[in-house]
Design a protein around this ligand. Structure first.
Ligand SMILES: [Ca+2]
Ligand SMILES: [Ca+2]
Ligand SMILES: [Ca+2]
Length: 124
């Protein structure tokens, strides 16, 4: 019995450490809803813009302000659409605009915010 208690305490501790190490660091990306920053269940345009900025910056792993094929992960057809200035490169601003488009598309009632129903429909 004594042994069992020790084991479960160790297990709990290991679990907590795992959460701290594996769960805490990527929490900004891996939380249930990384877009709804204030947690009120609605994604405002500002929250989505912040999210788009963070996504673009995080994607630019070499920090050259341009997203190459390995960084943006877009299909060829999408690259042509997202590359608005047709310079063959995806600038961070172009990627943000692309993400903002996905919000506009998800905002089916056009009120500039994504409510729970719209988030669910768009799988945000
Ligand atoms: Ca919110
Ligand atoms: Ca880059
Ligand atoms: Ca471009």
């Amino acid at each position: 019995m004594q042994h069992r208690t020790t084991l479960s305490k160790t297990g709990l501790l290991a679990c907590l450490i795992w959460l701290a190490v594996a769960g805490w660091l990527p929490a900004a990306i891996a939380t249930e809803n990384p877009v709804d920053y204030d947690g009120d269940g609605v994604i405002s345009e500002e929250e989505f813009r912040n999210y788009a900025t963070r996504r673009a910056l995080a994607a630019d792993r070499n920090g050259n302000q341009i997203l190459d094929d390995s960084e943006h992960g877009l299909a060829n057809g999408d690259v042509l659409r997202v590359d608005r200035n047709r310079d063959g490169a995806i600038q961070l601003g172009e990627y943000q605009a692309f993400l903002m488009e996905s919000m506009a598309a998800a905002d089916t009632n056009g009120d500039g915010r994504l409510d729970a129903r719209e988030q669910k429909a768009a799988k945000f």
